[in-house]
Ligand binder design. Structure first.
Ligand SMILES: NC(=O)c1ccc[n+]([C@@H]2O[C@H](COP(=O)([O-])OP(=O)(O)OC[C@H]3O[C@@H](n4cnc5c(N)ncnc54)[C@H](O)[C@@H]3O)[C@@H](O)[C@H]2O)c1
Length: 182
């Protein structure tokens, strides 16, 4: 499987893939630190490429077949087509990232969509029902199967909120957490 964008969202896709037993977990990001963290979270391969180069690199890693599941976890207008093309025939492409409402279309060649029989779908919070999944996630955490603490790179006081956002933009933290009691 392929995850494009290994921030807080994509990194949990990486660990979800590991929990589901995926044998090849390819993580793609433009920031090297994120790729290194992705390996800690279960990625078996990491790629810094983007666009057509990313598609090529994923096809090379999968003997020209592509991945059966691709997750677009950042900037769909830029990353959906490369991820779609890196997906195997009849595979799934899941879009978890938001696109600004000023963007009204993303181009996918219709003939490619038809002949490749791939599915493109959106997912919000993994289709979760909080009543069901939060207890399940807590159970996995207590068993040591789910990394939660490791997602938090740094904590910030409320007056440091702008530093937190700057660190996020600079790719310095995976998750910055605001503490109101510090
Ligand atoms: N569907 C959901 O339930 C859900 C949940 C949380 C977040 N989101 C959405 O997911 C998206 C990502 O959120 P986040 O919290 O992970 O953000 P983030 O800023 O923590 O992570 C984004 C990651 O994408 C990387 N990146 C940027 N451009 C890239 C590119 N061209 N190719 C590869 N990697 C690239 C960045 O280096 C960073 O590691 C946002 O749109 C957010 O709103 C959706």
């Amino acid at each position: 499987m392929l995850v494009v964008g290994c921030g807080g969202d994509g990194m949990n896709v990486v660990q979800g893939a590991q929990l589901c037993g995926a044998s090849k977990i390819i993580a793609a990001d433009i920031v090297p630190t994120k790729l290194s963290w992705a390996r800690d979270f279960g990625a078996t391969h990491t790629l810094q490429q983007q666009g057509e180069e990313l598609t090529r690199a994923v096809l090379e890693l999968t003997d020209g077949i592509g991945v059966y599941h691709a997750f677009v976890c950042i900037d769909p207008p830029a990353t959906l087509l490369p991820a779609f093309r890196a997906t195997a025939k009849a595979g799934n492409v899941v879009v978890t990232a938001l696109t600004p409402d000023t963007v009204s279309e993303i181009k996918i060649p219709p003939l490619e969509l038809f002949t490749s029989q791939k599915a493109i779908m959106g997912a919000v919070y993994g289709f979760a029902s909080p009543r069901v999944q939060i207890p399940e996630l807590l159970m996995l955490y207590r068993r040591g199967a789910l990394k939660l603490r490791e997602l938090i790179t740094k904590t910030y006081r409320l007056e440091e909120i702008n530093v937190g956002y700057a660190d996020l933009q600079a790719g310095k933290n995976l998750r910055g957490v605001m503490r109101f009691d510090a």
